[in-house]
Design a protein around this ligand. Sequence first.
Ligand SMILES: [Cu+2]
Length: 147
Amino acid sequence: MKAKQLIKLFSVVALLAVASAANSATHVVKMKNSNADGIMVFEPGFLKIAKGDTVTFEVVDAGHDAISEVTPDGGSWKVGFTGGNVKFDVEGVNIYYCMPHRSMGMYGIIQVGEATNKADAMSKVETIDAGFAMNHGRLKGYAANIK
Ligand SMILES: [Cu+2]
């Protein structure tokens, strides 16, 4: 291959890389002690993203983690107390919680593309909410955004 052809090939590869990176976005979910939704919260509590997007769990207040409870494919993911990134490659509804504040209703929902497992997720929301010691209705409010 001649040098000119090689340069052309590299240009195409570089453009493709830029294009695919531009198609996936990064979103932020803050882990906080309080906001307008009450105490011990993920912000936003409901987030809709596209398949392939990444969510950065940001530590605003210490002492929170994020652990999946419901996922579209039965898989699991977890973010520790120092925060971190989760890339979502499966379409559907993810329901997650913070271990230390689980009974206080510190839950969040991330919908990735189509809500492929909506019926399952909605029935789990009922069960989860019934187990809270406080903040009843918060998770149901988030779930009302699942479309
Ligand atoms: Cu927490």
